[in-house]
Design a protein around this ligand. Sequence first.
Ligand code: MG
Length: 114
Amino acid sequence: MCWLGNVQVAIDDFFKSKGLTYWHELSILARLTEEVGEFAEAVNHFYGEKQAPIGSPIPSEEEEMGDILFTLMCYANKHNVNLRECVLRSLDQLADEVKAKEGAVAKKFGVEEG
Ligand SMILES: [Mg+2]
């Protein structure tokens, strides 16, 4: 099992060992949205023109990415979704799109695919 699956299992084991239950779907979605907003704030402070108010803590990109993944994994665990399979399916889709574009370009310029 890859790291993604291991982390999902670790989160699930933690919840079970502490007697915790996953939050309601809408609560998870709200939290995920909040975390994406915090990530956007971190990116904006680092790359954008918005400066953090003096004395205000600047959110860390790494911390917010972790919060996003954690929250998404909670949703996935609640619904027995294997995120590793989801991500690999997304990668396959991208690979198919790239291959189709490469084929279209090769056809346009009369290049044989190898
Ligand atoms: Mg956060």
